[in-house]
Structures are given as C-alpha cells and as structure tokens.
Design a protein around this ligand. Sequence first.
Ligand SMILES: [Ca+2]
Ligand SMILES: [Ca+2]
Ligand SMILES: [Ca+2]
Length: 557
Amino acid sequence: MMFSLSSCVKRHSTQLLPNQSPRTYFWIIPDTGIATGISKQVLRWWGEDPDGFVTGYIVAIVPNLTTIPNPDTLQYFYTKKTDSLINFPLRQVHQIFLVSIRSIDNTFDVILPEGALIKLYPHCYWDKNNNNIFDADDIELPTLMSALDLKGAKQKFPIKNSPPTLLYVPDEADPMVYAEPPKVTFTVASFSWKGKDIDDDETIVSYRISLNDSAFTSPVTVSSSITTITLAVPRSRSDGATTVVDADVLIGTSPNLITIGRLSGLRLNDTNKLYVQAIDIAGDRSEILRFPSKNRTWYVKKPKGKLLVVADYIGGGDSAAVKRYYIDSVFAKIPALQADGFDYINIRIDTTSTRSLGGMVPALQHINPAFIKTLKLYNCVFWYTDAIPSLPVAQYSLYDYWNSDDGGHLIFTTKFTDPFDNHDPAKAFRDFVPIDTLSDVALKDFSGSVVTRFSGYVAADSSENTDLYPPLLFKQRIATGFCVYPIVKNISARYIYYLPSSNYPQEYSTTPVAVMDEKKRAIFITIALERFSATYPTGGGVIEFFKKAFRDFDIYQ
Ligand SMILES: [Ca+2]
Ligand SMILES: [Ca+2]
Ligand SMILES: [Ca+2]
C-alpha cells in the first residue's frame, strides 16, 4: 500500500500542487482504558497522507494539560514506531495527561534517530542537547513544518492509580520455599517481602507491619527501602512475661541492628501471625501479606534458662543416644542447670531434597540476624555435631555470637570419623572457633597409620596449675572409629586439653585437642565430648568439665 502511494506521489510531483498534510489517529489498548486506565497504557497510532506517505511521528506526553498550547511549545520525541507502552510518571491518584501525536510525511528530508527531541517553536529544530532552547549543535528542520500534521491527534488521559502488590521472596537456600520464619522459633524471627507497583515500584512509599492484628490498629511503619525486619524480645522482657510480650522491630544485620519500633502482643508458647501491607504515593494499599504463608504455622517458644543446646547431629543413627547422653547423663546431673532449665534446638531435622538446612534454621538470608539473635537469647550455647557439621550455619553465626558484647559463651564439640575425608575444605572452623589452623592430616601413630582407637585420659593443660580443667576419660567401648586432626590455637587462646603423649610420635607428643580463647568466651573440642565418661575419673569427667566451663563463663558457680 505504501509503495503504490509512493509511486503515485512521483507521478504527480511535477504538477507543483501544494503538499497536503498527513492526518494522525490513535487509540489505546484496551479500549476501555481511557475511563478507568492504569498508568501503564499501550498506545497505538497511525497516519495517513493523501498525496504521499507517512515517514514518522512526533509524540508528546504532558501531565496536567488539557489542550495543546498555541503556539505549540511542547517537547516532542521522534519515532518511526506506531505503538508504545507508555509508562506515565504517575505521582497522584488522578492525574491528567495530554498525548499529542503528529504524523510527518515524505516531504520531510532529514533522517532523525529514534527518540530525537523535537521542538516546533519558535521554529522547528532538533534539540540535541535537550535544554529546550535552540543553541549549540541543535539542528534546524526547515522542511518539518510543511510535512507535519498541523492538527495532530490529541487525547486527554485521566489516569487512575493502581494499588501496589506484595510478594513473598524465596529462601536463598532453596528457591522453592519462601523466606519466612521456621515453624517453631524462640522470641526472634525475620521476615522479608517484595513490593511491586504497576505504576512504578518507586511509587511505593512505605510498608506497615502488624502483629496478630490484621486491622493494623497500631502498626509499625517502615520506609519503602526496608523489605526485611526482625522481631526480637530481650530476655529481660520475656523472662517476666507469661502469655504475651512486646517485640522490638529491628532492621539491618548483626552487628549493625537498629531498633526502629515495637509491636505489642507477641504470644508466648503459642502461634503468631505477622501482617505486612504496602502503601503507594497515592495512599493506596496492597493486599495484606501474611506470615506464616498459607498452610503453615509459626509457633513462638518462650526461652528458658541460660543454656541453649544446639544439636547438629544426625549421623550414624545414634543421635538419640547422643542426645540422651548430654541431656540425661550430663545436664540432668548439674543441679544449677536443672533448677534453671535450658533449651534445646535440633538444626538438622526436616531437611528436604532441595533444602539442606534443617527446618529449624531460618532462610539463608535470615541466619544473620535471626539465628544469631536467637543464640544471643542465651548466656551459653553448647553446640555438638556429628562428623558433618552445619559449617555454613556456624560460620554465619558463631563468631559474632561469642565476640560481641551482647553475645555469650560457646562450647563447640565436633568429631572426625574419616581419616581421608575432606573434613574442612573451606577452612571454616577457624572462622568461628579460636584456632589458627585445623590440620589437613589426621593424627598418626609410629607406624604411620591414622589413629582411630583411643583410650585412657585426655590430660588438662598444666601450664596454668591454678586453672586446671578436669581430666576426661575415654569411654573405652565406643572410643574407636574416629580420628583427631591436630589444631593450632590462635594467638589469644590457650590449650586446655592434650592427648597423652606415649602413643604418638614426637611431633604429636603433646597433641592439643581443646582450646579456649583468652577472654573465656569460647571452647572448641576436636573430640566429641560424648566419647568421654560423664562421671569418671574421680574429680573429672564431662559433668565436671561443664561445671568448670560454666564457672569460667561466670554463668553458674
Ligand atoms: Ca503530504
Ligand atoms: Ca538546545
Ligand atoms: Ca500505585
């Protein structure tokens, strides 16, 4: 069609008839949109020229105008396209936009780039430097005016705001699940969301947050840049509470958490819900996003006692036996601990084929701060592991826990079972316990074989005679099938236990197996404590070890 028109023009061009102006038309999609439009609209236009053909268009989109000014001082952009998804820069609920489109016919002889800014007044020019005056390298367009649709097509758009929307965000450990609190937490939990607005995500101004109250009676409001918050209750507040307690609202990550508000009504030893709503610049609100998500619960346990036991243990099918050892054979025999109570968390249960973190471990992006703050509810964390500890979880949380003023004390005991295992490929241990190195090579005997059978005593470091740790005695019947990787303490730590010297070569004559930092905040033992007798030898054993550690930590005398 265009080609036949073109040849038509050529045939008649010698007749010196004046050029006829093109005409311009447009509509928007969907066509119901003009009345109840949203601030993103598909515009479609076309031009017709009676004595030639249309080569391009200039388009102006101007807020708060109802007619084209005379003279036309609008700023146009040039395009060869015939449609556009127009994103109106909406800043009010009902803002009006004027769209003016003028076709250009084939008598215009300048090739303009897509998007060139065009002014028609005081004369036609290409405003190359976009400053609304004719200057510098701007280019005059003397043939434009006569090639232009002088009437143009114009349309007023009353634009209606659309409310924002709120979405869950994925757990960085598993994109198939949401970043939301574990089904059971203590009095700390983190929440993340993502706000969207069809008018432009930047038109969201705030989020309001409410606890157990979908009516948002007394919400905490955060700015739109905050899309993760953490609820936390200090022990000084929860210890005296019975059924409900106020929760602080924190932003940021440890050690830079900032308290920005408080929500009342966190239910202890009960289920809870957190509600979030987005508010845009026009004051419109999103649907309410609820935590926990559908078909899930969030139960908050009131913390008790000063000790949190972290079970990082599945291996070998003996996890129940190991748990019984600590809970029944050791902690049940420490009167102060029994009087005070303590808490227990298993961080290895409820793993899935796609999520290796246990179900009690927060979303990966929430370990700091939610998991760190959970540990900090307690004066002491006892963390025991099988041969495959949750090193990333420990790495994200434990150094901060025992090195910060609001943290506590750590006893970390692990075990190594495979002499050829790549037991610490990322060199993770030195990030969270007071050592410089954990050897790559397991302890060997005089024949060069890895030592996998242990017996007798582990001796306390005797360099500080006044501060001896109680001796520990291997439980002979299970003291096989594991090995020891020698450690080198860091400069501000001391060894507290050694393997006895007689069975090992000179270089391992005094093999350290436990270390404590100089501030007495962290103890690391490379032999699983459950390998030792709880009660023997006389004056020693694992019960006495914990009593000594609790005294050193100034938790229980
Ligand atoms: Ca024409
Ligand atoms: Ca200019
Ligand atoms: Ca909006």
